[in-house]
Design a protein around this ligand. Structure first.
Ligand SMILES: NC(=O)c1ccc[n+]([C@@H]2O[C@H](COP(=O)([O-])OP(=O)(O)OC[C@H]3O[C@@H](n4cnc5c(N)ncnc54)[C@H](O)[C@@H]3O)[C@@H](O)[C@H]2O)c1
Length: 391
């Protein structure tokens, strides 16, 4: 029963795999299909391209945009940085439950992006496709420069060229930056005006580059570009490489997990305490979706906003919550904080409150409950080996 609510996996058939066409697809056909299937004239609706739509944040935002009546088209390269079954399943849900088509396409493929924009004539672009994660940048640095820097330039060039050739207005662009841009800054909470000149990882460098590229494309070509500095986003359908997911798996399977300790004490102003472990401003996906859609709606000329919970928590507190929710004790080992990681993230959200009406509402206990309910169903699905049958 739980599996049925999760997604009707057995209902997926081979024929439906065609819904994830390769690059050679005729986009115009899809355009026609989407206009007809939504029963509304395209001119009445926003046409939104979501890059990285098979990813965690992209999946949730695409779903909400579709539910509110926007015509949404997703792209993703389905790379194997983490379990591709999860990405494929998100894409299946977007298509079957929300009528959102997703193309298998790499954002460094500028020609295909140009063709896509010529066919759909997007009014808005939500650019989330990127190589995420801090630690992996020590292992595979080029995946970051390629997807995050080259990919962003390809996307902007494709939009510029295709709009120029068809004499279209440029779409509003909202792109993902990250709290990582604040790097080793000591002053908390992190504020948009703070300098971002001491990155701690290559990932952070690519996100700072995105913000600089946005400035240049705004000045040269008049793009409207808003960067969102997301702070440790978590929730159902989340990313298996992130700490909350790895900890949940370790607790569920009764394996050891590693908690990091900092050399220097970390001050937690909100809790008036000093700890010797990293703290993160964990932000629930429901709040992130609202903030992201508000940024698309506003379409500011050139801005960056922090989207965080404004309430940093000890990582060990998150483990305690997971223990309660999963009904098992964690087997904890302690290790020093690895290179590239920062001791604390903490968002000042005054600007996002004022300009986006952003008000985070989900606290950690409630947010992790939502995650754990999904996580247990996901584990059940994997254990029953139903994924290989359906994808
Ligand atoms: N989740 C967080 O806590 C967090 C925090 C800060 C910033 N961000 C940023 O938000 C965005 C979305 O993050 P997420 O958590 O959903 O990550 P995710 O990895 O789940 O989603 C990113 C998606 O982009 C796709 N992708 C990567 N490179 C691509 C390429 N070259 N062409 C096409 N598709 C490509 C991936 O396959 C993936 O599905 C990313 O830009 C990430 O850096 C996320």
């Amino acid at each position: 029963m739980a599996l049925e609510c999760f997604v009707n996996v057995k209902g997926f058939c081979r024929k439906e795999k065609k819904c994830f066409p390769k690059k050679s697809v005729c986009f115009s056909t899809r355009w026609f299909w989407l206009v007809c299937s939504h029963g509304k004239s395209s001119s009445l609706r926003r046409r939104v391209l979501v890059t990285g739509a098979a990813g965690f944040i992209g999946f949730h935002v695409a779903k909400s945009l579709g539910q509110q009546g926007d015509l949404v088209v997703g792209i993703d390269n389905f790379n194997n940085y983490y379990d591709t079954n999860l990405k494929r399943l998100r894409a299946q849900v977007l298509l079957h439950q929300f009528g959102i088509a997703l193309y298998e396409l790499d954002i460094t493929d500028q020609r295909s992006l140009e063709k896509l924009n010529q066919d759909y004539q997007f009014t808005h672009v939500l650019h989330l496709a990127a190589q995420a994660g801090v630690q992996y940048s020590l292992v595979n640095p080029r995946s970051y420069t390629s997807s995050n820097v080259e990919g962003f330039v390809s996307l902007l060039e494709a939009l510029k060229n295709s709009c120029q050739s068809l004499q279209l207005d440029l779409p509003v662009v909202v792109y993902a930056s990250s709290s990582s841009v604040y790097g080793k800054n000591k002053k908390v909470p992190f504020c948009e005006q703070d300098p971002v000149t001491s990155p701690a990882s290559l990932y952070a460098v690519t996100k700072i580059s995105n913000e600089l590229l946005a400035q240049v494309y705004h000045q040269l070509y008049g793009f409207k570009l808003t960067g969102l500095r997301y702070f440790t986003v978590y929730g159902a359908w989340g990313r298996p490489d992130m700490s909350y997911f790895l900890f949940a798996e370790a607790i569920h399977e009764q394996r050891e997990l590693f908690l990091y300790q900092t050399e220097e004490p970390v001050h937690l102003p909100i809790h008036s305490g000093i700890v010797k472990e990293p703290c993160r401003d964990f932000t629930h996906i429901k709040d992130i979706v609202k903030g992201t859609i508000a940024a698309l709606d506003k379409g500011y000329d050139l801005e960056v906003f922090n989207l965080g919970n404004c309430y940093p928590q000890r990582i060990s507190y998150m483990v305690e919550c997971l223990e309660t929710l999963l009904g098992k004790k964690a087997l904890v080992q302690y290790r020093p904080l690895p290179m590239g990681d920062v001791p604390c993230t903490y968002a000042d959200i005054n600007k996002a409150q004022k300009f986006l009406g952003f008000e985070p509402q989900v606290d950690m206990k409630e947010g992790l409950k939502d995650f754990c309910e999904w996580f247990l169903r996901w584990k059940e699905l994997k254990a029953a080996d139903l994924l290989s049958m359906s994808l």
